[in-house]
Design a protein around this ligand. Structure first.
Ligand SMILES: NC(=O)c1ccc[n+]([C@@H]2O[C@H](COP(=O)([O-])OP(=O)(O)OC[C@H]3O[C@@H](n4cnc5c(N)ncnc54)[C@H](OP(=O)(O)O)[C@@H]3O)[C@@H](O)[C@H]2O)c1
Length: 252
């Protein structure tokens, strides 16, 4: 059973969804967890849930697309908990509908690329120097199977941003490995977060299930367990990989 005792873990975008499940599991396995997002009410709820289950958590608010806010957040975490040992750069989402390339607005493009690829880059840019100084650290990024292949349900800006996160993670793994830092990426298929349960109609959920060799959709906990493995010492010789958490729906 993987343990993260004594580790400080920042999970960006953990005020809900997949990030909240990762934060909860990491706290259960002994990490002091930083719950991050922008919605203060949601942040408090996740922090309370972790503490209620006996875990340790603080909450921080910052826009992950703004470097000054990320830097202020990092300094606050270092002051309150100490240096960050584990970063899960999870904040993101799809901010444009799928459709023909020429119909994508400039704003829609920037929203998805900034909200995923740039946010991941800026978060790592802030936290990596300290990890390099300490010669240890662990980074997990979150892409999507949308970044692996074209699909009518995948908005192009989101898919392109997630593909970018994958090569960014591999470059990071190559550069940071000599400093004792590992970096890996998780690519989920459709995960039944509370938001997706409301967003995806029941009939469409059934159709999606049929597309998965393992006949169900993923849960936030499926992704959390993969993140725990990659962040733990059990994955000590694994770096630079993209791990599909996809129920077999995508095999490339
Ligand atoms: N759910 C899926 O099916 C699925 C599949 C593949 C990949 N993914 C990826 O997995 C990650 C989590 O997805 P999810 O479904 O759990 O999303 P979600 O339920 O929409 O939650 C997104 C989280 O990211 C935070 N966030 C987004 N943009 C932010 C910003 N600019 N600054 C700070 N926080 C920001 C949100 O915080 P606030 O709400 O507090 O602002 C929230 O905590 C995303 O990167 C997503 O692309 C999800």
């Amino acid at each position: 059973m993987s343990r993260l005792d004594g580790k400080v873990a920042l999970v960006t975008g953990s005020s809900r969804g997949i990030g909240a499940a990762i934060a909860f599991l990491f706290a259960q396995r002994g990490a002091a967890v930083v719950v991050h997002g922008r919605d203060l009410t949601a942040l408090s709820a996740v922090q309370a849930e972790i503490e209620h289950a006996g875990g340790r958590a603080i909450r921080v608010a910052a826009d992950a697309t703004k470097f000054t806010e990320i830097e202020a957040m990092r300094r606050q975490i270092e002051r309150d908990l100490g240096p960050i040992d584990i970063l899960v750069a999870n904040a993101g989402g799809s901010f444009t509908p799928p459709g023909p390339l020429e119909q994508i607005s400039e704003e829609g493009w920037h929203a998805s690329v900034d909200g995923n690829l740039t946010a991941t880059f800026l978060t790592i840019k802030s936290i990596l120097p300290g990890m390099k100084e300490r010669k240890s650290g662990n980074i997990v990024t979150i892409s999507s199977v949308a970044g692996h292949r074209p699909h009518p349900r995948s908005p192009i800006p989101y898919a392109a941003a997630k593909a970018g996160i994958e090569i960014l993670t591999k470059d990071l793994a190559a550069q940071a490995g000599p400093y004792g830092i590992r970096a890996n990426c998780i690519a989920p298929e459709t995960i039944l977060t509370e938001r997706n349960k409301q967003r995806i109609p029941e009939a469409q959920q059934q159709a999606l299930i049929e597309a998965h060799p393992i006949r169900r959709l993923g849960t936030p906990e499926d992704v959390a367990r993969a993140a725990l493995f990659l962040a733990s010492e059990e994955a000590a010789w694994i770096t630079g990989i993209v791990l599909d958490v996809a129920g077999g729906a995508v095999m490339v």
